[in-house]
Design a protein around this ligand. Structure first.
Ligand code: BDR
Ligand code: CA
Length: 315
């Protein structure tokens, strides 16, 4: 089994990813660390506590930061995930589960140091908590097993940003944090829109999940109603893309994905702010700072049918 800390901004597809990680026997989810993004930090954390209580998750819930590293706070993505972060659902106010007392970045540092070489960080929200952990304890780059990120848009196959023409939401919310995480010399795998927009949870797929997968299937169906309205009205799809669950799928079965290797940077200002760039060929001839940067892995394709089967079987 792989031990993961899931850093997330729940969030509708975040909930789909959390329940996937919980369901699959090859993942041990030690903690869910929360971050602002789809919802405010308070709502994101409450949503995580709610999932812990409802589905008896063993994972610690740890509250993370409420704002990007060095720019003003960004508001929740109400149009995609609703005011609560869970679409039409509003979790009850009588949640008894409690958060770990530490801030998320400190929890990450402590856990990684206690289990060197054992922990995979899976980040499916803005990368602020991970960057804060790196800044406070740079030595963790040598202690983390792998970092798996859902984020970015590399412009492959015509897939560009979803917030702006160039930027994907998680990177858009904190491009500086993303640049720090991608430039660090630890192994990073980035599953961006180029890949996540290749697979779809259709209405029929979600209906089947509701019919066959008990309380978890029913919850995924309920929480996804708002999301499907957004997709139908704004994206023109009868279903939704498989964003955050794809990062979990990578942890379970990396062979589902084809990856491309090379250093990655993030544009931190201007019209392409939040855009992710990978140097993947040798045709750029200038001997600049790219040559000395760590090579990371970027997803370029996914066996979508197999991913959908894996998700369904796990749930
Ligand atoms: C990403 O942004 C959020 O809306 C989703 O939860 C996902 O992590 C997709 O761009
Ligand atoms: Ca997310």
């Amino acid at each position: 089994t792989k031990k993961i800390i899931l850093d997330t901004d729940p969030g509708i597809d975040d909930a789909m990813a959390i329940l996937f990680a919980e369901a699959h026997p090859s993942i041990e989810m030690l903690a869910i660390t929360t971050v602002y993004g789809n919802a405010t930090i308070d709502n994101a954390t409450r949503n995580a506590l709610y999932l812990k209580q409802k589905f008896h998750l063993k994972a610690d819930i740890v509250k993370g930061t409420n704002k990007p590293l060095n720019r003003p706070p960004v508001g929740p993505t109400v149009v995609v995930h609703g005011e609560s972060g869970f679409g039409d659902l509003v979790p009850p106010s009588d949640i008894t589960e409690k958060t770990d007392p530490r801030p998320a970045y400190q929890y990450i540092i402590d856990t990684v140091k206690a289990q060197p070489g054992e922990i995979t960080l899976v980040a499916v929200g803005p990368l602020t908590n991970i960057a804060l952990a790196l800044e406070a304890a740079p030595e963790i780059v040598d202690l983390v097993k792998e970092v798996v990120v859902m984020g970015g848009a590399f412009g492959m196959n015509g897939h560009r940003g979803n917030v702006t023409p160039y930027a994907e939401a998680n990177i858009h919310d904190d491009p500086h944090a993303a640049d720090i995480v991608f430039c660090a010399s630890w192994p990073v795998v980035i599953i961006g829109l180029d890949v996540t927009q290749q697979s779809f949870f259709t209405e029929e797929y979600l209906d089947r999940l509701r019919d066959d997968a008990g309380d978890v299937g029913q919850f995924i169906w309920d929480v996804s109603r708002y999301y499907l309205r957004f997709y139908s009205q704004k994206v023109g799809l009868k279903g939704c893309h498989v964003h955050d669950p794809s990062a979990i799928a990578y942890v379970i079965d990396p062979a589902l994905f084809t990856l491309r290797q090379g250093p990655v940077r993030v544009v931190t200002d201007g019209p392409a702010e939040g855009h992710t760039i990978q140097k993947f060929d040798t045709r750029t001839y200038q001997n600049d700072e790219w040559s000395s940067m760590p090579a990371q892995q970027v997803g370029i394709s996914v066996k979508d049918e197999e991913l959908l089967k894996l998700y369904r079987q796990s749930i």
